[in-house]
Design a protein around this ligand. Sequence first.
Ligand code: GLN
Length: 445
Amino acid sequence: EAFANIGKRDERVGAYLTLNEEGARAQAAALDDKLVSGEARGLLFGLPVGVKDNMVTEGLRTTCASQFLSNYNPIYDATVVARLKQAEAVTIGKLNMDEFAMGGSNENSSFHPVRNPWDLTRVPGGSSGGSAAAVAAGEAYFTLGSDTGGSIRQPASYCGVVGLKPTYGLVSRYGLVAFASSLDQIGPITKNVEDAAYVLQAIAGHDAKDSTSANVEIPDYLSALTGDVAGLRIAVPKEYLDGVDPKVKAAILEALCVLEGLGAVWEEVSLPHTEYAVAAYYLLASSEASSNLSRFDGVRYGVRADHSGNLLDLYLESRSQGFGPEVKRRIMLGTYALSSGYYDAYYLKAQKVRTLIKQDFDQTFDKYDVIIGPTAPTTAFPLGSQVGDPLTMYLNDILTIPVSLAGVPALSVPCGFADGLPVGLQIIGKPFDESSILRVAHAFE
Ligand code: GLN
């Protein structure tokens, strides 16, 4: 069914970069035997999954939507991919994204943009735009995305699906091509909250191959889906309602009414450092990216420029040809922010702001169980409308970036429509308390 839908729709949606039809059918055929043998089945038995193209898959091309890696065939599986296999999900292909996960509209893919299945003239969000659009279009049962500053939650919101960014460290990033290592997290994009709980169960947990992987006990996420939110204390930051599209705000307030009707209580609070989050994030994320992306030199991975005179030219030409404009912008910004003389003024200052933002969350969680607001200030915008204006594009992340800087978990669940386009409700939890946000989202759904 997934391949049939891809055949029917993907020419217009553009969610996939590489299909694994032969491999998937072979894997599914091997699972078929189990159907009759009565052997125990994996948690995700037989479910077709699409994987964002920045997670490496053994023998299956992994491009990060960059020309630089257009010929790259990894020799191993990312830990999440291995865990999906263990749970007996079937990998059907690799999903389009913004190049190296830098972007918020999927227009920075060097192959082709992705279109929003709800309205093909609009963006699906980014950078996991392919992952969100594929679920919305029925081109996969579920997908994996990665979120550095909002790239799971924002596209989930624009495409009317569920997207969960786990706590930093809960899911292994071994085999995820690094963008900003202190922020990157992998998480599920699904049709509903129950599916998100299943997928998280399969991929969460310590991995010795990732030095930032947390060694915490993994709870039974499914048992959190009780429907009971009576007495739950919800904080609603006023900074998350000011300045958002009035129709988005109306959908969020309606969702809060529903939760109130289920016995939860909500109060307005302030996260005073919110306004500095975007500036701090773009300094920190770009700094880390400039360092991480130095490994792409035309020697170790991917495409090498021809006819280079000497080694320096080889690096220069391979990088000039391999990277797209947004990636170059980030590398230059990051290199500048890290250079001597500017380090204290930019990088160090941004780190201090990050600590203040984290403290905003800590203080709020002393009194409240979850924080709720919109996932994004607007619904999906028209393709081409912001691509020439990176600052406007960066400001779309204002409601997802603080969570990323603080390292806490958050989930986007559809909560209604504004002018016929889906609106996402963002539910933010305490570190490693994915159970609570799943419980609230499930009760609401
Ligand atoms: N839109 C943000 C950026 O461009 C977030 C990207 C992400 O989370 N990967 O950096």
